[in-house]
Design a protein around this ligand. Structure first.
Ligand code: UTP
Length: 295
């Protein structure tokens, strides 16, 4: 039985929702407080027991490679100054091999995953989206890897979302349910409102058998003119079973502006140094917001 040891992190999108910040800086490097988004994801992969990570990058994404490179000067300076906690933070991601591949054109998430096929070979593997952070007791990817070990089939991470957001996600049409695990009839990418077969949405964490590459290879452009991963999953589900797993944990969408701001605020409220000054400032903003504006 082959184990899941590798993950793909697609991070080659244009990040248009964050322009102009993302003109020269990758969206995945935008920090939540002091840590780039992609580092939260790399840390989840490490905590899940992953040995190799391949990050799919594109034009203007050099900062990601520089971020995960060794920073000898900085590290020796921190050591000299006795800033050991900071040194530990800087070295955190050195516990895993990180590799890079370029997606020459941002043709969609499905295409980004396909670009890493040679690195994966004939093994099961994970996919973690570069702009979804998940926190919780058991790392989200590990939960899916455990389900893969049980079922020996691809497992897609899902969570329940409000009905009014079902047109923004890939949605599953569940068949049988066993606890948090679902057999799935259909996977539909961004169904128009009112047509969604459920409110279980695909949430940026996947474990696949290598057979998905066969369907990505043949995949035509779908919603938004992009090669969609969900469309290839739907085809894979017709030749071998694909499960959905309603994972435990809180998922933060940091790929859109409001989600990014709310995540930053929530993480700041969980931080001992920032919590009280932030709460004081928020109380002041709220009291001012209720007052009539002058002039
Ligand atoms: P998104 O659709 O959220 O990212 O893709 P985007 O395209 O960069 O964002 P906007 O819509 O322009 O603001 C989800 C993930 O898939 C990656 C993105 O980098 C992001 O982490 N992706 C998307 C690719 O790697 N390649 C693509 O062609 C598209």
């Amino acid at each position: 039985m082959k184990k899941v040891k590798k993950v793909i992190i697609p991070a080659a999108g244009l990040g248009t929702r964050f322009l102009p910040a993302t003109k020269a800086m990758p969206k995945e490097m935008l920090p939540i407080i002091n840590k780039p988004t992609i580092q939260y994801i790399v840390e989840e992969a490490i905590a899940s027991g992953i040995e190799d990570i391949i990050i799919v990058t594109g034009k203007g994404k050099r900062a990601i490679e520089d971020h995960f490179d060794n920073a000898f000067e900085l590290e020796s300076r921190l050591l000299e100054d006795g800033k050991l906690e900071l040194l530990k933070e800087v070295q955190r991601s050195s516990k895993v091999e990180i590799h890079y591949i370029r997606q020459k054109e941002p043709k969609g998430l499905g295409h980004a995953v396909w670009c890493a096929r040679k690195f994966i070979g004939d093994e099961p593997f994970g996919v973690m989206l570069g702009d979804d952070i998940v926190t919780g007791q058991i790392p989200c990817l590990k939960q899916l890897m455990d389900q893969y070990e049980e079922t020996q089939n691809s497992v897609i991470g899902v969570q329940v979302i409000p009905d009014e957001f079902t047109n923004r996600y890939g949605i599953i049409e569940p068949d049988q349910q066993d606890g948090r695990l679902y057999r799935v009839n259909n996977f539909v990418e961004k169904p128009p409102l009112g047509t969604a077969p459920s409110n279980l949405a695909i949430m940026g964490r996947y474990v696949f058998t290598p057979k998905i590459f066969k369907y990505l290879e043949m995949q035509e452009k779908g919603a938004g003119g992009e090669i969609q991963l969900t469309d290839a999953i739907q085809k894979l589900n017709q030749s071998e079973r694909v499960y959905a797993y309603n994972f435990e944990g809180t998922r933060y969408d940091v790929g859109e502006r409001l989600g990014y701001i709310l995540t930053t605020l929530e993480f700041a409220l969980q931080n001992e140094d920032l919590r009280y000054p932030l709460m004081d400032a928020m109380a002041e903003w709220l009291s001012k917001a209720g007052q009539p504006t002058i002039g």
